[in-house]
Design a protein around this ligand. Structure first.
Ligand code: ACO
Length: 325
């Protein structure tokens, strides 16, 4: 009998400090950087984002999200066989955020590691956890996307600093004979590394290169809409399903125009797309589990519905997870 990975519970966490576009525009104006609510809403759909406090790292956000997911699943941290954190903004070069989360949750022993695939990170992490559950080696997995992108933004660059926010989302997966994750699809193409990157790195006690986000927005946009359609179709084909079987599309929350365009290509109406980019901005690896948890908690997503989760991000990386909730 096939072993499926089923979502037992979801959770999320947003830092307290919420900035509307007007708040951010006022702060940027003090530094001589001009932007407006109108420009940001019109080009991206973003209205607000949360920024972590100075003493909060990815592991703190991830731990809060994990606590909510564990409570929703009705299990304790000691019941976990695996912890994976998707992040591009770890607390330290090493150890991993996942081991820090494990310790903050007051447990020890199970494997814990990070996955770095930028905005596709949660899709990658979910796929790895699913494979480990299907192999029979793991029964319960905690999978988290957590980011503090505010730490790697250049607040002199208005073309990027208005787009991102901080946050974390988590799911608990459990082995089950009921579906479950139905199909997964992952890809990468390293030749696109320069269109979205943070080129700085630690070198002999200092930072070499520029440790802030650089993006060619139009190149990213063009690539994203193409690969998001392709990967959704690939997962559907693997599960022998069609566009019409999807109840909810939960895409990476980068830009409302990318999401609308993907929905159109999949012949889905806009009201079947879970949108949180307006309130969260782009939280990279955290955006999909944050959107999922939002729609589970507000009652939109019901047990038995079919969800298409899909992401695209730096690398370039992209992929999708099709599941029965
Ligand atoms: N406020 C006001 N004006 C701005 C701002 C701002 N924050 N940023 C740029 N502008 C100006 C530019 O200077 C330019 O002015 P000019 O015409 O006088 O030179 C004008 O707006 C247009 O700039 P463009 O960069 O051409 O704007 P575009 O329409 O391409 O929109 C955007 C930029 C929103 C980044 C778009 O390219 C996009 O959505 N790209 C997708 C990238 C994305 O979402 N990335 C997220 C990370 S990647 C990921 O998560 C997959």
């Amino acid at each position: 009998m096939r072993i499926y990975s089923r979502i037992l519970g979801t959770g999320s966490y947003l830092p307290e400090n919420r900035l509307t576009n007007a708040d951010l525009a006022a702060e940027l104006a003090l530094q001589g950087v001009e932007t407006s609510d109108e420009w940001i809403v019109d080009r991206t759909g973003i209205r607000a984002r949360h920024f972590a406090a100075d003493d909060q790292g990815s592991s703190d956000l991830a731990t809060e999200a994990a606590r909510h997911a564990l409570a929703a699943a009705g299990i304790s941290a000691d019941d976990l066989d695996l912890i994976i954190v998707a992040t591009s903004t770890p607390d330290m070069v090493f150890p991993s955020v996942a081991t820090m989360v494990q310790n903050k949750l007051g447990t020890a022993g199970c494997p814990a590691f990070d996955v770095q695939a930028v905005c596709s990170g949660f899709i990658y992490a979910l796929t790895i956890a699913d494979a480990m559950i299907q192999s029979g080696s793991v029964k319960r997995a905690l999978v988290i996307g957590s980011e503090v992108f505010s730490r790697i933004l250049d607040f002199q660059d208005r073309t990027t600093c208005v787009l991102f926010g901080d946050g974390a989302g988590a799911v608990i997966l459990e082995a089950s004979d009921q579906p479950g994750i139905l199909a997964t699809d992952l890809h990468a193409d390293g030749k696109y590394k320069d269109i979205l990157c943070v080129p700085g790195h630690v070198n002999r006690g200092g930072i070499l290169g520029d440790p802030v986000l650089k993006m060619d927005g139009q190149a990213v946009f063009k690539l994203a809409v193409g690969v998001l359609e392709d990967t959704a179709r690939a997962s559907l084909a693997k599960a022998n399903l069609t566009d019409a079987d999807i109840d909810w599309l939960i895409p990476h929350q980068a830009n409302i125009r990318i999401m609308q365009s993907t929905a159109r290509k999949l012949k889905m109406s806009a009201d079947k797309v879970v949108v949180t980019v307006d309130q969260h901005g782009n939280t990279s690896a955290a955006s999909i589990p944050l959107a999922l948890d939002t729609a589970v908690r507000d009652g939109r997503i019901h047990r038995g519905q079919t969800l298409m989760l899909e992401g695209v991000g730096g690398g370039f990386t992209w992929g999708s997870v099709l599941l029965r909730y």
